[in-house]
Design a binder for this molecule. Structure first.
Ligand code: NAD
Ligand code: ZN
Length: 359
């Protein structure tokens, strides 16, 4: 039982099941039947906890080698990328070898980029271990950072499979749960009111999220992302909707300094801001207060823009690689489930950034 995602080059399964990491070997064989060799790139924290589970799914005589990636965004660097390519060469990987990306979004992005570029592209499989990575492991974007610009160097390279074992999320720290859950709420807001209501009713404490409910949530959220990227893989149109909450979110992250705020915490403030902007610009009827209360009850700090200089945030939003020609385009909501792309007037932004939130 799995989801099937279609990309321009091939389709790939997303398996979601507790304990599925113990079946990695057979799933890799299913995803890439004719592979010659497997090499694992693992986040160091994840490696310490779970690498044995992955290795022991292979027969003793064909256990793959692995390398550990230092935890954190700093690993999405040119230096680390070069080291990984060197590892691939030393391992003797060929065009039919498979790289396993074992970790969160950081590992998925750089291991995916390594797979995308080594010999002009070899297959890779995502084994996501964070909640956020339900988002990053699907859709085919891979990449690394330039010292001056996040995610600036990359490639489209969809995986050949995603092996998602929600049991591994149990060891995630609370702030990483919140970071990933913001993307779940985003997927609900841009797609579907019943999903949003389901979340508000069923998810009131992230530390209790597990089992069937977690699986159902992951499936729904991945399906929303898949539906969008299947229609628009290379972001010419509606893929931009996935940026809901991210225009200000990215600016907040950059303003704070990368690593100071989790991505999802910045996006949570960004989503509330986009809701306020939607109400101001489109007169949209949106459950702003309900959403605020909900996110606050889960432990998110909101209205982070109030602690920053508005003019600087606007400069940062203009620099974002998704803003064309110095215009600030926002994803707004006409209602829950109906996103639209709209250019925002600077005066309006400044006003909303600077003024107190109407309670
Ligand atoms: P991450 O990969 O840095 O992981 C967060 C932290 O959790 C790390 O310290 C890691 O060591 C630890 N960790 C991971 N799994 C664990 C587990 N099971 N138990 C205990 N600790 C664990 O962060 P992330 O939030 O998963 O990913 C963020 C990255 O994803 C960013 O670089 C972002 O640009 C990228 N991203 C990519 C896409 C895409 O489409 N390619 C989409 C969204 C985000
Ligand atoms: Zn995001």
């Amino acid at each position: 039982e799995s989801l099937l995602i279609h990309s321009a080059s091939h389709s790939y399964p997303v398996w979601i099941e507790d304990g599925i990491r113990h079946h990695t070997a057979e799933l890799v064989r299913k995803a890439v039947p004719d592979y010659t060799k497997v090499f694992i790139i693992a986040d160091e924290n994840v490696g310490k906890l779970y690498i044995e589970d992955i290795l022991s799914s292979f027969p003793a005589e064909s256990r793959p080698d692995y390398t550990l990636l230092p935890a954190g965004e700093m690993s999405k660097s040119f230096a680390e990328y070069e080291r990984l390519i060197t590892e691939c060469l030393q391992q003797g990987l060929d065009r039919k070898s498979v790289i396993l990306a074992f970790g969160g979004g950081v590992t998925g992005d750089i291991a995916g980029f390594t797979a995308a570029t080594y010999m002009r592209g070899i297959p890779f499989i995502q084994i996501p271990t964070t909640l956020l990575a339900h988002d990053s492991s699907v859709g085919g974007k891979t990449g690394i950072n330039h010292p001056g610009a996040k995610n600036m160097v990359g490639a489209f390279h969809p995986p050949h499979g995603v092996i998602y074992d929600p049991e591994m999320l149990r060891t995630l720290p609370p702030e990483e749960w919140r970071s990933g859950y913001a993307e779940v709420v985003k997927h609900a807001l841009i797609s579907d009111k019943p999903f949003l209501n389901w979340l508000m009713e069923n998810v009131q404490d992230l530390s209790l999220l597990q089992g069937e409910r977690l699986k159902e949530l992951l499936k729904k959220s991945i399906q929303v992302k898949a539906d969008v990227v299947q229609k628009d893989e290379r972001e010419s149109g509606i893929r931009a909707y996935l940026n809901f909450g991210h225009t200000l979110g990215h600016a907040l992250e950059s303003y704070a300094g990368y690593g100071k705020l989790t991505h999802g915490e910045a996006v949570a403030s960004g989503m509330i801001f986009a809701v306020r902007l939607s109400r101001a610009e489109l007169n949209a009827a949106l459950p702003e207060n309900e959403l605020r209360k909900y996110l606050a009850s889960l432990g998110y700090r909101l209205d982070l823009e109030k602690e920053a200089e508005a003019v600087k945030l606007i400069q940062l939003m203009k620099k974002d690689k998704k803003t064309a020609g110095g215009r600030i385009n926002f994803v707004l909501l006409e209602e829950v489930g109906r996103p639209v792309l709209k250019r925002a007037a600077e005066e309006t932004l400044l006003h909303l950034l600077e003024n107190e939130v109407a309670k």
